[in-house]
Design a protein around this ligand. Structure first.
Ligand code: FAD
Ligand code: NAP
Length: 346
């Protein structure tokens, strides 16, 4: 344990990360620290241990696959605080520190009656990681409610503000996962939420679930409850069985490839995109290759959702990675589509 002069920086050494990633992979990091305030963060950025080691920031660890021990410093984000920054007759600007739990922010916004986050209920992880891949579910993405974020430039140690355009959000993508990868720590996120919510219940089983639950009114509270119910039924709970949600992104193919595949596989599901390409559910492609529910050693593809790779208890990260690569290869061979991991692999 080492202490810094100005602020008590409590570094732990040789720490297992098993409890810090939802896959439950038992790797070790040389150093580990939790940051609870901006002051502490800036202190850390000048500390010798930070300056002389590789480092990575983590939130809830729900979009990570560790394939080996981390020879460096893992920084767990615990920055907390939610405020309403501005409001007018139509909307509010809700600001959240990046270490807040995403679903708690969603529940808070719903309890205050502000619309926009209900379809994003029950996504694991922290607010600060949400812009990393422009989290999305049930027909809504973070970008639909995003106003701005503040991030520390890790080279200059300056705080910079990013607006919607500057974040370059795409399907499970942002500037922070691409050009600016590893260059920023996201400090806080501001969202524009509506005082008179516009309900988006057209996706998948939302309406039928509302009906089954006996909810007649289309409110943000009811939509959130329906989505929580669907997700709890369909997705494996990382507390019961290790996973990081969808392992791969849904691929996009062009019209020519779509027509070729559709004639060979008339039952292939697809969604026409604004750019005239087609989104094909990766879960379907994986299932067609025979992977759904298949277990290889300590890991496998989940029996109810082929896209979710699971750790049956003692898997190591390279086993999961190797399974993912085998799945990727067989989808490529059968459909000539290269599915890309959504999960961040270290
Ligand atoms: P982590 O896994 O801790 O980190 C992810 C990446 O972001 C890492 O590269 C990390 O270095 C970086 N990072 C984290 N915080 C910061 C920060 N403050 N500044 C800079 N970099 C940072 N995702 C969806 O989009 N939609 C879903 O519906 C969805 N459902 C899921 C369901 C389950 C059961 C699980 C396990 C995962 C699901 N995910 C989903 C994926 C995951 O929940 C999200 O990607 C989430 O935003 C990750 O948050 P986290 O705090 O756990 O990030
Ligand atoms: P689903 O409803 O069974 O649908 C399968 C796939 O088809 C989804 O990936 C979805 O793409 C696409 N799709 C379905 N209906 C659509 C529509 N009306 N318009 C456009 N695309 C449509 O999927 P699911 O696995 O149960 O997941 C439900 C939602 O939660 C999805 O939005 C999914 O992305 C999200 N989710 C994400 C993760 C993750 O880790 N990233 C994990 C679990 C669930 P999209 O994925 O583009 O929506």
């Amino acid at each position: 344990m080492q202490f810094c002069k100005l602020f008590m920086l409590h570094f732990q050494e040789n720490v297992s990360l098993k409890a810090y990633n939802t896959f439950g992979i038992d790797v070790k990091t040389s150093y580990f620290i939790e940051i609870n305030s901006e002051t502490m963060l800036f202190e850390l950025l000048s500390d010798e241990i930070y300056l002389s080691h590789a480092y990575m920031f983590i939130g809830g660890g729900s979009n990570l696959l560790f394939t080996k021990d981390f020879d460096g410093l893992v920084i767990k984000n615990n920055l907390k605080g939610i405020t309403i920054d501005e409001q007018d007759d139509e909307s509010i600007l809700l600001n959240s520190q990046s270490g807040e739990v995403w679903h708690e922010l969603v529940l808070k916004s719903i309890s205050l009656g502000y619309g926009g986050l209900e379809n994003l209920s029950l996504i694991p992880g922290t607010v600060g990681a949400a812009p990393m891949q422009n989290i999305g579910a049930y027909g809504v993405e973070l970008k639909d409610v995003f106003h701005s974020l503040k991030a520390v430039n890790l080279k200059t140690k300056e705080i910079e503000t990013f607006n919607l355009e500057q974040c370059r959000f795409g399907y499970r993508e942002s500037i922070f996962k691409k050009e600016a990868k590893g260059q920023y720590f996201i400090l806080s996120v501001t969202l524009r939420l509506l005082k008179h919510p516009k309900i988006n219940a057209s996706y998948g089983a939302i309406l039928t679930t509302l009906d089954e639950m006996g909810f007649r009114d289309l409110t943000i509270q009811n939509v959130s409850k329906a989505i929580i119910k669907i997700r709890s039924t369909k997705l494996p709970d990382p507390k019961q069985i290790g996973n990081a949600g969808s392992f791969f992104k849904n691929p996009e193919i062009d019209e020519d490839q779509y027509q070729t595949l559709k004639s060979e596989y008339p039952q292939m599901p697809s969604y026409l995109l604004e750019n005239a390409n087609y989104k094909i559910p990766a879960a379907w492609l994986i299932e067609q290759c025979g992977w759904k529910g298949k277990r290889i050693g300590n890991c496998g593809s989940h029996q109810d959702q082929a896209l979710v790779l699971v750790n049956y208890g003692n898997a190591n990260g390279s086993e999961v990675y190797s399974l993912a690569m085998d799945i990727q290869k067989s989808v490529k061979e059968k459909f000539n589509i290269l599915i890309q991991p959504e999960v961040n692999i270290y």
